[in-house]
Design a protein around this ligand. Structure first.
Ligand code: ATP
Length: 238
C-alpha cells in the first residue's frame, strides 16, 4: 500500500492561453518535507493555488490520503486537511495576534478551538506574550510564525507554504525553516515548501521538485539536488 499522503498526477492549469502547469506529477510521503523550487514564473504559486482549490485544474488529479480532492472548493479542501500559508503570510495587521489565530479555525467548535490554540501556542512561544497586540506590531519572522500558527489551527495533515522567506533576513529565514523541521518532528505534519531560496530550502527539506516553465524539470533527494552542479546551474541559480 502506498504511504504517499499527497499525490499530484498529471496536473495542468492555465490562465487563458497561458499554460502555467503542464502535466505536473510528484508525491509527498506521510511526514515528508518537500521543497518545490524554480525561477520566477515557473508555476510554483499556481501549483499551490491549484492544490488548494483556489485555481481550477484543466486536467489531472490531486489525491490526499487516496481521496480525490481535485474539484473540491477551497473551504472543503481545508477541512480535508490541506492548509495553505500564502505568499507574505496573509496576516491581517488590524486584528490582534489571537484574532488572527482564531481565523484559522472558523468552522471548528469553540471548545476544541481552545485546545488547539494552546497546542499551537506551545509551538510558537514568542506569540504567547503578544496575543493581545495587533499583528501589525510583529516583526517579519513573528508574522510568518503567526501565519503558520493560523494554518495549524485548522489541524491540517499537510501544510503548504508559499515562499515564507520572502522579505526575511537570512538568519530569520533559517529559523523559520528549522521551525518547520521541528514542527514535522513534533507533530508528524507533512510539509510542502515553495521557495525561491533554493539553497536554504534544500538544506532544510528531505526532497525537492524543480519546476521549469510549468513542468517538472528534475526531482530527487534534497542532498542530491544540492550536490548536482548541472541542476544548480541550470535551474537553481547558485
Ligand atoms: P513567482 O515566484 O514569481 O511567484 P511562480 O513560480 O510562483 O513565480 P506563477 O506565479 O505560478 O509562478 O506563474 C506561472 C505562469 O503563469 C507565469 O508565466 C505567469 O506569468 C503566469 N500567471 C500567473 N498568474 C497569472 C494571472 N493571474 N494571469 C495570467 N497569467 C498568470
Amino acid at each position: 500500500m502506498s504511504t504517499d499522503l499527497l499525490e499530484v498526477v498529471d496536473l495542468s492549469a492555465s490562465y487563458g492561453a497561458v499554460r502555467a502547469l503542464d502535466s505536473v506529477s510528484f508525491t509527498v510521503p506521510e511526514r515528508g518535507f518537500r521543497a518545490v523550487l524554480g525561477a520566477n514564473g515557473a508555476g510554483k504559486t499556481t501549483l499551490l493555488r491549484t492544490l488548494t482549490g483556489l485555481h481550477r485544474a484543466d486536467a489531472g488529479r490531486v489525491l490526499l490520503g487516496g481521496e480525490d480532492i481535485t474539484r473540491l472548493p477551497a473551504e472543503r479542501v481545508i477541512t480535508r486537511g490541506l492548509a495553505h500559508v500564502p505568499e507574505g503570510g496573509g496576516v491581517i495587521t488590524e486584528l490582534t495576534v489571537e484574532e488572527n489565530l482564531r481565523l484559522g479555525a472558523l468552522w471548528r467548535s469553540p471548545r476544541r478551538d481552545r485546545a488547539t490554540e494552546a497546542e499551537v501556542l506551545d509551538l510558537f512561544p514568542p506569540l504567547v506574550q503578544r496575543l493581545g497586540r495587533s499583528a501589525g506590531t510583529l516583526s517579519g519572522g513573528e508574522r510568518q510564525m503567526l501565519a503558520i500558527g493560523r494554518a495549524l489551527m485548522a489541524r491540517p495533515r499537510v501544510l503548504l507554504l508559499d515562499e515564507p522567506s520572502l522579505g526575511l533576513a537570512p538568519l530569520v529565514t533559517k529559523q523559520i525553516f528549522a521551525l518547520l523541521r521541528d514542527l514535522r518532528e513534533r507533530t508528524g505534519l507533512t510539509v510542502v515548501l515553495v521557495e525561491q531560496n533554493a539553497a536554504g530550502a534544500l538544506a532544510a527539506t528531505d526532497s525537492g521538485v524543480v519546476l521549469n516553465q510549468g513542468r517538472v524539470a528534475v526531482e530527487g533527494p534534497s542532498a542530491d539536488l544540492l550536490s548536482d552542479d548541472r541542476t544548480r546551474h541550470a535551474y537553481l541559480g547558485f
